[in-house]
Ligand binder design. Structure first.
Ligand code: AMP
Length: 282
């Protein structure tokens, strides 16, 4: 049996290890996660292992990025099985701090990225990206990582983190990795586990509609000609609500009507009371 990664709880413990690795000239990579690991997370770990001498996976369910108390309360916490899933990858540390280790008493600083966070999930989840930017800044300074790996599944988050690292002169290279999907096309997410059997059967319709729309957008069709019918089909398939279905510039996330230049299609939709998000390159 392969041993799991060493679990580190304290920032100072982690820093002592990273200082020793850096003294040896090692390149240190970090994969920030909230746990409930699936193959999407593990693909980031694989990418980090390819590029870096030492790899830290962080596991922290960040209360500041949840805007619903029930979503936070029901978020899966599966540390033991997460550590077991990481065992074959040769991860050097699993950093799983407590909430007070990350946010000690009196903590009152927020990192806020303007503009990019006003749209898409930012418009529908007030404060979410402040919570993300704040915790990611802390995880970067706590781990002192040279490279950090994020999934395109949360594409807006990836762009926010890139902007923040640039604006704050953080000495970390941000690496974006492709979305990993189930065989039926559904983007992997811990939230998929909250779906009923019928919901799980209906869920791939989101990615399917998006793929069809991307083909049509590539042919030059405008979004307004496609959007209404796609929303109707999703509602027909059982989705309660399509929160957004938008075409945006891949870098600045500016709203587009036609696919000119690098563009992505973004969607958030509710199914079984679960909010699913996805995005694809157009
Ligand atoms: P989370 O634990 O959901 O906050 O995600 C941690 C990291 O894994 C983030 O960078 C996500 O974008 C990434 N991630 C989540 N789901 C996927 C997926 N299906 N494919 C690739 N990366 C993912």
């Amino acid at each position: 049996m392969v041993n799991g990664p060493e679990i580190v709880r304290a920032r100072d413990d982690l820093r002592a290890r990273v200082d020793a690795w850096h003294a040896d000239g090692a390149v240190v990579g970090v994969v920030p996660t909230m746990g409930a690991l699936h193959d999407g997370h593990l693909s980031l770990v694989e990418a980090a292992k390819r590029d870096c001498d030492r790899v830290i996976v962080t596991l922290f369910v960040n209360p500041r990025q949840f805007n619903s108390a029930s979503d936070l309360a029901t978020y899966p916490r599966t540390e033991e099985s997460d550590a077991a899933k990481l065992a074959p990858f040769g991860v050097d540390a699993l950093y799983a701090p407590s909430v007070t280790e990350v946010y000690p008493a009196g903590f009152c600083t927020t990192v806020s990225v303007a503009g990019l966070t006003d749209v898409l999930c930012g418009a529908h989840r007030p404060g979410h990206f402040d919570g993300v930017a704040t915790v990611v800044t802390k995880l970067f300074t706590q781990t002192k990582a040279d490279r950090a790996y994020f999934g395109q599944k949360d594409y807006q988050q990836l762009q926010v983190v890139r902007r923040m690292a640039m604006d704050l002169d953080l000495e970390v290279t941000i690496v974006g990795c492709p979305t990993v999907r189930e065989t039926d096309g559904l983007a992997m997410s811990p939230r998929n586990l909250k779906l009923t059997d019928e919901g799980r059967a209906a869920a791939p319709a989101l990615a399917r509609e998006m793929r069809t729309m991307a083909l049509q957008l590539r042919r030059g069709e405008p979004l307004y000609a496609l959007r209404g019918a796609a929303v109707e089909r999703l509602e027909g398939a059982g989705f309660e609500k399509v929160e957004y279905l938008e075409l945006r510039g891949a870098e600045d996330l500016e709203l587009l009507e036609r696919a000119v230049g690098p563009a992505r299609l973004f969607a958030a939709a509710w199914l079984d009371g679960v909010r699913l998000i996805d995005n694809i390159e157009v």
